[in-house]
Write a protein that binds this ligand. Sequence first.
Ligand SMILES: [Fe+2]
Ligand SMILES: [Fe+2]
Length: 273
Amino acid sequence: MLIAQVSDPHIKPPGRLAYRYVDTAGMLNACVRTLQALAPPPDLLLMTGDLVDLGRPEEYDHLKAILAPLGTRVLAVPGNHDHRDALRAAFADQGYLPAEGVLQFAVDGDYPLRLIGLDTVIPGEGGGRLCADRLAWLDATLRRRPQAPTLLMMHHPPFVTGIGHMDRIGLLDGRHGLAAIVACHPQVQLILCGHLHRTIRAVVGGRPVMTCPSPAHQVTLDFRDEAASCFRMEPPGFLLHRWQNDGLVSHVAAIGDYAGPFPFFDSDGRLLD
Ligand SMILES: [Fe+2]
Ligand SMILES: [Fe+2]
């Protein structure tokens, strides 16, 4: 099974730039072209939040139009830039989101991996939360299928990244609760996150966690506490998670057209010198 993870595309209405600079739609179109060139194609597309920039229905319409050529099922969790009910309405046809309340879900039986989505959103705020109710739902959901290899997806990563301006709007509540729960559920193979617009790896409760680069702008890598909140146009990307022979391997994929491929060896199998 091949899973593509695309996070934080921050789609605006047609013709609008994000932060007066980033053509997020054009960059997501480039991501779609890179995904279309993959062989084999991904079986599933996971989106870990900030699908759109201001949570507006017309932005979700624009997002869906950009993704349509893929023809791939999309499972999404909300980020701080999303609007719960607008996202729910936009993806109602995908058949996995609850009809009301927080956007938490488990997709069982459709794939060799079980997929669980968590909603870390605090409406109107940048930071995130996993309250006692959301954590209790997760614990109960994991307890139901302890043998099923599982991927968790959530927008705000459940660890301190060291990038101060992002940590100030990180997962402000529920980090330790989440760590305690996943520590009891070794079927959790990986926790997939967004929000950071960078690739970062950590371990929480003994389980690996990764954040995903954005197909658009990346958050500036700056560990100074006083650093301002900034982005850079570093190379855009996405993640590919490959489940084979009961093992999960994750790749970072660059978006764009690059020179190559070039052979290492000549036609006689000699290393080119
Ligand atoms: Fe974002
Ligand atoms: Fe975010």
